[in-house]
Design a protein around this ligand. Structure first.
Ligand code: PMP
Length: 301
């Protein structure tokens, strides 16, 4: 049993409840963030990765969805307090949520009825340690003009869940979704990078994917620290079949190399050396081993 924050109160997880009548439940009206903290090599300190970037993104998600965002510095303090109250001395995932919590019938977006919740849980790998097999989903990514993918809306995850269910039922670990126009968008909860002739390629967020914090961080790490070339451009489906390497990334997924797409091997299927180099550098950064990237980390203890 852990401790959850809800509207100014600290309660046992089981007591952080909403009515079944809540608009958040009935219509999926709300948005959320997903943040990770990593146990440092001393087995004592925990570093939260890019906390303020996540809070910034939550602020504009709230604006898109007419939710009342609490003061960012109070959210910062609340999330660190959450980890301390839960004695988080392990790899941890933090989930802040803003919800339209009114019991009236119509699906109306009224900032005055916002509920702010935050909970945490231990989290190791979200996907596998090994390179994964993925498919191109028959489900298209919801357009940002229909359900704003940029806003991480709770209800929008119906799209992710359908794609992931279909992928898993068909023996794949994850799905890659295309936009309605047929271009590569993202995974159910990850961004995608391709490697071709040593350079990295990834579609911009205007391809109906989230404005990704891991993705932006990896672009900096790859270009500034590892001297790799990066190109942001729309990507066609068959480029997935001709890439030298592919990896997925996200707060949950971290850096996860792809072994195959639609049963076609990517490279030799073992993950690829550029992907593994980026994966290792990211791991070093989040655990506090890279001095000049310590500014991305917020210590909990
Ligand atoms: N796409 C979607 C749909 C997601 O839910 C996530 C997880 N937040 C990501 C991509 C990865 O984004 P980030 O690196 O900001 O966590």
């Amino acid at each position: 049993m852990g401790t959850t924050y809800i509207d100014g109160r600290w309660v046992d997880d089981a007591d952080a409840t909403l009515s079944v009548r809540s608009r958040a439940v009935n219509y999926g009206l709300g948005c959320f963030a997903g943040v990770r903290g990593y146990l440092a090599d001393d087995n004592e300190q925990v570093y939260v990765f890019r906390l303020d970037r996540h809070i910034d993104r939550l602020s504009y998600q709230a604006k898109i969805l007419y939710l009342a965002m609490p003061d960012p510095s109070s959210v910062h303090d609340t999330l660190l307090e959450l980890l301390r109250k839960n004695d988080a001395r392990y790899d941890v995932y933090i989930r802040p949520l803003l919800l339209h919590n009114s019991n009236e019938l119509a699906p109306i977006l009224d900032p005055a009825t916002t509920t702010f919740v935050a909970y945490s849980m231990p989290l190791k790998r979200y996907l596998s340690d090994d390179a994964i097999d993925v498919c191109v989903s028959p489900w298209r990514r919801t357009s940002d003009n229909a359900i704003p993918s940029r806003a991480k809306p709770t209800g929008g995850y119906v799209n992710s869940a359908l794609a992931r269910k279909d992928a898993i039922d068909n023996g794949f670990a994850e799905a890659i979704m295309l936009t309605e126009a047929g271009k590569v968008s993202e995974g159910s909860a990850e961004h995608i990078f391709l490697v071709r002739d040593g350079a990295l390629f990834s579609p911009p967020s205007t391809e109906d994917n989230l404005d990704g914090i891991t993705r932006q961080s990896l672009i900096s790490l790859a270009t500034e620290d590892l001297g790799l070339e990066f190109v942001e451009r729309p990507i066609g489906r068959t480029e997935l079949y001709s890439a030298d390497e592919i990896f997925l990334c996200g707060t949950g997924a971290e850096v996860t190399p792809v072994a195959s797409v639609d049963r076609r091997l990517v490279g030799d299927g073992s993950g690829g050396s550029v992907s593994k180099m980026i994966q290792q550098h990211y791991e070093d950064v989040v655990r506090g081993r890279v001095e000049h990237r310590m500014g991305w980390l917020t210590p909990v203890w």
